[in-house]
Ligand binder design. Structure first.
Ligand SMILES: C[S@@+](CC[C@H](N)C(=O)[O-])C[C@H]1O[C@@H](n2cnc3c(N)ncnc32)[C@H](O)[C@@H]1O
Length: 302
């Protein structure tokens, strides 16, 4: 097994929101390399932990890391299908669900997966290389200029979307865009150097946009929240950690809607963000926001 590099974010905060579920069924719907799950198993000791991921490759890492625990069920699938996946295991309701959105260091650090501009790799970006076929290669080489402009603007919140989309289309008239480095260079050439952002790489937003499109991330997030709230037991909680404003907006609005429908209450009027210490130790955590929703009713036996 490779070295474990992904540091779980907002870990203490997540654990404190899960404390009431010591004997319950807890779902880590984005188990990744198992950082949060390890702490949940150690500190919460739920009766059962369901560890789900859309990436069958990262599930192997989680399986190995959590092999010392006998109360874990591993599931490969999309969190938007959580109710069906659980039903197959005979589970109808759960006490808590954690969703730590996005990708893991495991993905970023493997050039073959094509998520990173730091190293040269094929334009893939699929989280699920077994069950899905759309790749970043297809998006950048086949989607229309208009569609590219829209996703780069909408999913990347990139002010230079128009120029980047145009430059992609001009480039591919000559030859196919095959690698992450070629795409990063195209973005660099489309944005005047004096406007390059200071804190992030100039291609960060474009890569984020294409990744979101390839994995249809926002659709799955909306669908998942809507469906998960229905399988929470009374007093159960859903915890979501998001990393950019598009995701956070979806979480905030969904939770607000659940509250308006009388399904329960939002426990985090303002999102919980990492402390300065955590950001210093783990810069990747800097944009993390945790929101928590609790279903009405009380926990069994209380
Ligand atoms: C930020 S990582 C999770 C890291 C984990 N909490 C840890 O501490 O090691 C996000 C994980 O969610 C998975 N993922 C993303 N979208 C998903 C979806 N729609 N359904 C299930 N898993 C998903 C990714 O494959 C990735 O492994």
């Amino acid at each position: 097994m490779g070295e474990i590099v992904h540091k779980p974010v907002l870990l203490d905060e997540v654990i404190s929101f899960l404390l009431p579920y010591q004997d319950g069924v807890v779902v880590d719907a984005t188990v990744g390399e198992g950082g949060h799950s390890t702490a949940i198993l150690d500190k919460i000791r739920p009766a059962k932990l369901v560890a789900l991921d859309r990436d069958i490759e990262i599930l192997t890492v989680a399986r190995e890391r959590l092999s010392g625990f006998s109360n874990v069920i591993f599931l490969y699938g999309n969190y938007s299908n959580l109710p069906e996946l659980l039903a197959k295991e005979g589970i109808e309701t759960v006490d808590a669900v954690l969703m730590d959105l996005g990708i893991s260091s495991f993905h970023l650090e493997d050039p073959e997966r094509g998520f990173s501009f730091a190293e040269k790799g094929p334009l893939d970006m699929r989280l699920d290389r077994v069950g899905t076929s759309l790749t970043a290669f297809e998006v950048v080489n086949e989607w229309s200029e208009k569609r590219l402009r829209e996703i780069i603007r909408e999913y990347g919140e990139e002010p230079w979307a128009k120029r980047i989309a145009r430059r992609i289309v001009e480039y591919r008239k000559e030859r196919k865009i095959k690698t992450t480095h070629e795409l990063a260079d195209i973005v660099k050439s489309a944005v005047p150097k004096r406007y390059w952002p200071k804190r992030i790489h100039v291609a960060t937003r474009t890569f984020q946009a294409i990744r979101i499109a390839v994995n249809d991330e926002l659709t799955h997030l909306k669908e998942a929240l809507k469906r998960i709230v229905d399988i929470l037991s009374p007093g159960g909680r859903i915890l979501v950690i998001s990393f950019h404003s598009l995701e956070d907006r979806i979480v905030k609005h969904s939770f607000k809607k659940f509250e308006e429908k009388g399904l329960g209450k939002v426990l985090t009027k303002k999102p919980i963000v990492p402390t300065d210490d955590e950001i210093r130790e783990n810069p990747r955590s800097r944009s993390a926001k945790l929101r928590v929703f609790e279903r009405s009713g009380s926990l069994e036996g209380e």
